[in-house]
Design a protein around this ligand. Structure first.
Ligand code: HMG
Ligand code: MG
Length: 300
């Protein structure tokens, strides 16, 4: 079986990982955590979200975090931005990349960002266009790609349509989100076959949540299709508060274990990643659920 030699991991822990946490992590701890992540060799970290703090209280300190971290050369520091108001703040904080987001299913889109899909397009279009004119890059997320917590099955043509619109706006990369961790490897490959006919492989990423324990299998299935960019979150933290049943992202530490074991390069130091996971575990005051972290705690 042929696999890519090198893979890019995009760490979403400080955003997706923390957005659903009940425990208060101080801005100071978030900053220290992000600095640890950047010193592990990671090239991309999604550091926060410039959303309404009433909707996501855990990330209300977005500006403070984004302006307090050490900026390591060669690392892209990205943030989620839903609208013009978020963009203004993200630009003031000088993030490198702006990530816009929407869903392939109408109900999740409405619950998550309070707009219909049609109403969302012009909002994201102006965010992407202004971000690009300010010299930033833009990433687009499509959520509920493999299933919606409210509507069930999501039609592949609908996912393609939303994705096409995001590319037309000028996003440089599209991240396909299995928001509720419902996909199985065959479904991933069927979808990717369609996507790879329409869009370049190196402009797409996969964003798996691990609700049903399928995420690592889904990454393997994606690698077999030649995919080389994956979002993940340290220790398996994560979940969308507006998607009932959504649990953590696939754990960065477990993904690295598999990739490095298969001889696939990431440039990330696994020991430093475990140290960073232990740091956030103690800030959250609870055990993280990834397999690698369970192995660590069994050593104590
Ligand atoms: P809205 O209520 O429709 O906004 O929310 P609005 O424009 O009508 O304004 C209402 C109030 O919100 C106003 O304040 C605005 O100033 C304020 P008021 O006058 O009432 O005092 N407001 C803001 N404040 C701060 N920052 C902003 C902002 N915008 C408006 N950017 C909005 C619309 C999109 C803002 C809201 O629905 C929201 O913040 N949603 C975010 C939900 C979210 O973050 N979900 C999780 C991330 S998505 C995810 O996890 C999926 C992903 O991981 C991929 C996957 O797994 O599939 C990416
Ligand atoms: Mg997510």
């Amino acid at each position: 079986m042929k696999f890519p030699k090198k893979v890019t991991i995009k760490e979403v822990g400080p955003r997706d990982g923390l957005q659903n946490e009940k425990a208060v992590v101080t801005a100071e701890d978030k900053v220290e955590w992000i600095n640890k992540l950047s010193s592990s060799g990671m090239s991309y970290i999604e550091i926060t979200s410039f959303v309404n703090p009433k909707w996501i209280p855990a990330l209300a300190d977005c500006y403070e975090v984004a302006t307090s971290i050490d900026r390591k050369h060669g690392v892209t520091y990205a943030a989620l931005v839903p609208n013009q108001k978020g963009l203004e703040k993200a630009l003031m904080a000088n993030v490198d990349e702006v990530s816009v987001f929407m869903s392939a299913s109408e109900t999740h889109n409405k619950k998550n960002i309070n707009k219909s899909i049609e109403e969302t397009y012009p909002v994201l279009e102006s965010v992407v266009s202004e971000a690009l004119s300010e010299g930033k890059t833009a990433r687009g997320y499509v959520s509920t790609v493999f299933g919606c917590p409210y509507e069930g099955e999501v039609n592949v043509d609908q996912v393609l349509k939303v994705s096409e619109k995001l590319f037309e706006m000028g996003v440089t990369e599209l991240s396909l989100g299995d928001t509720i961790g419902i996909a199985t490897p065959n479904q991933v490959q069927v979808l990717l076959e369609q996507f790879l006919k329409r869009f370049p492989q190196d402009q797409m990423a996969l964003h798996f949540h691990d609700t049903r324990g399928m995420a690592i299998a889904n990454i393997l299935a994606s690698l077999q299709m030649g995919m080389t960019t994956f979002d993940s979150s340290l220790g398996g933290l994560g979940g969308c508060p507006y998607a009932p049943g959504a649990s953590g992202n696939v754990a960065t530490d477990d993904v690295l274990y598999m990739l490095h074991g298969m001889g696939i390069e990431t440039n990330i130091n696994q020991d430093k990643i475990i140290e960073a996971a232990q740091f956030i575990e103690s800030a959250l005051n609870r055990k993280l659920s990834s397999h690698s972290m369970l192995v660590q705690s069994s050593k104590c």
